[in-house]
Design a protein around this ligand. Structure first.
Ligand code: 9UX
Length: 71
């Protein structure tokens, strides 16, 4: 399993964090996704053979948020 941290801008409330968490955790290859409103970060554990960091970041953007950094 691989780990990705995303710095996300545009979350206004806990519902935003929950919806991002929902989007990420239902993607194929994702084993866990935790999103913190306070730290503006998502922590994703995923299978690199199934899904890429670029696809994970793109899903957050598609959900209406801004990914400003990833590591
Ligand atoms: Mo509440 Mo966050 O509508 O958009 S989920 S601000």
């Amino acid at each position: 399993m691989s780990e990705l941290k995303l710095h996300i801008e545009g979350m206004s409330c806990g519902g935003c964090a929950n919806s991002i968490s929902q989007v990420l955790s239902t993607m194929a290859g994702v084993s866990s996704a935790e999103v913190s409103l306070e730290s503006k970060q998502a922590h994703v554990v995923y299978d690199a053979a199934t899904v890429s960091p670029e696809e994970l970041a793109a899903a957050v953007v598609d959900a209406g948020f801004e990914v400003v950094a990833s590591e």
